[in-house]
Design a protein around this ligand. Structure first.
Ligand SMILES: NC(=O)c1ccc[n+]([C@@H]2O[C@H](COP(=O)([O-])OP(=O)(O)OC[C@H]3O[C@@H](n4cnc5c(N)ncnc54)[C@H](O)[C@@H]3O)[C@@H](O)[C@H]2O)c1
Ligand SMILES: O=C(O)[C@H](O)COP(=O)(O)O
Length: 390
């Protein structure tokens, strides 16, 4: 029986993916895997049995990735599974930042006793007039799953679009419209955009990407949207720029107490991925990644391990997590001689300092063999698997 601990509400359809071999709940102990959304897992005590964490969503800054890698815990996320939901809310944010829809609706709500409403609103409406998105320039920082969709849709709104992403994946590049202007220098994007939207992960390098200095380069009256993470924007600096009018609007999915009452902040309580569709997509994907890892040792969509997956056609399998150093494969295969097992298939992949090896065997490796493998300097963990239907 595999034990899955939940740290957030996960869409029921995701939980339903788990077969009768799984026990799933938020009060599970000795868990083999964790399913989480945005709950903070930094500084929590992991079970000694923990093999993987699946983040039903994109951002993994709520997980201590380095600590997991050192302990051989594979961390997954669900790339792209919630990108459409975020894209749609970014456009809602851009429209709210351009037209005073919120002010107008608030005024209308106060008019329930006004018999002259039809006439009065025609006088009142000039207070809520705005500008159009058509022909404005949108700068997209980070052209991944979300950034690409935002950029492509902005073109259909008649916007001019610039994109900056020095680490863009080939898949993302295939999906990005050729009409998006490629900025290789982020300063060009800052200098030329009427709207700037940021879609990059939060880490030590990206923290405070929007700050006093970068804001100083932007156009006067720029509108900034942040549906990625609060820490990407320096709150003190953006508040100062909102007060001077340098920044006209800040739309954020990550409100903090000092931001929420500023008249030019549009604060949304982290609703980017909160649609039925994206919660279900993420939950299904996270559950499947977990099951494929626990039952087959296959890794897809990990943020700290290499993708490494093979069809499981042999009767048995060993998966070894080890440091990315020379002579590991020969030492692992030598250890198998004890069982006289034949290797039917083998795959080895690495990512930075960590590596992963899958060996499919005709015979089951004995506990002594696994002990021998785990005793090899540089090996973090080894596990055996028996072929079984999922
Ligand atoms: N508001 C929400 O509910 C919500 C939902 C999903 C994702 N997010 C956030 O949005 C982020 C992006 O999500 P995604 O699904 O597009 O992820 P993604 O991994 O598909 O795309 C991120 C892109 O950022 C690029 N990048 C990384 N560092 C960069 C840098 N310094 N400058 C420019 N580009 C850089 C990467 O190359 C990649 O293309 C997530 O990390 C998460 O924090 C928020
Ligand atoms: O990174 C993400 O996927 C989003 O921030 C969504 O977070 P949530 O799953 O807590 O809504």
């Amino acid at each position: 029986m595999y034990k899955i601990k939940l740290y957030n509400n996960i869409a029921p359809i995701g939980i339903q993916q788990f077969t009768a071999d799984y026990e799933v709940g938020d009060d599970i102990e000795n868990e083999d895997a964790i399913l989480v959304r945005s709950a903070n897992l930094h500084n929590i005590e992991y079970s000694d049995h923990l093999k993987c964490i699946a983040r039903a969503g994109a951002g993994t800054n709520n997980i201590d990735i380095d600590a997991c890698t050192q302990r051989g815990i594979v961390v997954f996320n669900t790339p792209g599974a919630n990108s459409n939901a975020v894209k749609e809310l970014v456009f809602a944010g851009m429209l709210l930042a351009s037209r005073d829809i919120y002010g107008g609706i608030s005024w209308a709500k106060t008019q329930q006793n006004n018999e002259n409403l039809a006439k009065d609103m025609e006088k009142q409406k000039k207070k809520y007039a705005g500008t159009e998105l058509n022909q404005k320039t949108l700068g997209v920082i980070g052209c991944g799953a979300i950034g690409v969709q935002v950029a492509n849709l902005a073109l259909r709104f008649g916007m001019k679009v610039r994109g900056y992403d020095p680490f863009m994946s080939i898949d993302a590049a295939w999906n990005l419209s050729r009409y998006v202007h490629h900025d290789s220098d982020i300063d060009d994007l800052f200098r030329n955009s009427d709207f700037i939207t940021i879609h990059i992960p939060l880490n030590e390098k990206t923290k405070n990407t929007i700050n006093k200095e970068t804001i100083a380069q932007m156009k006067d009256g720029v509108k900034i949207l942040n549906f990625a993470r609060g820490g990407l924007v320096n709150n003190d600096d953006i508040l100062e720029a909102l007060n001077t009018g340098k920044v006209a609007k800040y739309v954020t999915d990550f409100p903090t107490p000092e931001l929420v009452n500023h008249p030019n902040v549009i604060a949304i309580p982290h609703l980017g991925a909160s649609t039925a569709e994206s919660e279900e997509n993420c939950a299904i994907k996270a559950a499947q990644e977990t099951m494929h890892y626990l039952q087959y040792g296959n890794i897809r969509n990990s943020v700290n391990f290499p993708d490494c997956y093979m069809d499981f056609n042999a009767p048995f399998r060993i998966c070894v997590i080890h440091h990315n150093v020379p002579k590991m494969i020969s030492q692992i295969t030598n250890s198998l001689s004890h069982d006289n097992a034949n290797i039917e298939n083998l795959m080895n992949k690495s990512r930075n300092e960590i590596a992963y090896t899958i060996l499919d065997l005709d015979k089951e490796a004995s506990p002594e063999t696994i002990q021998k493998i785990e005793a090899i300097p540089g090996v973090v963990k080894a596990r055996t698997y028996r072929r079984q239907p999922l």
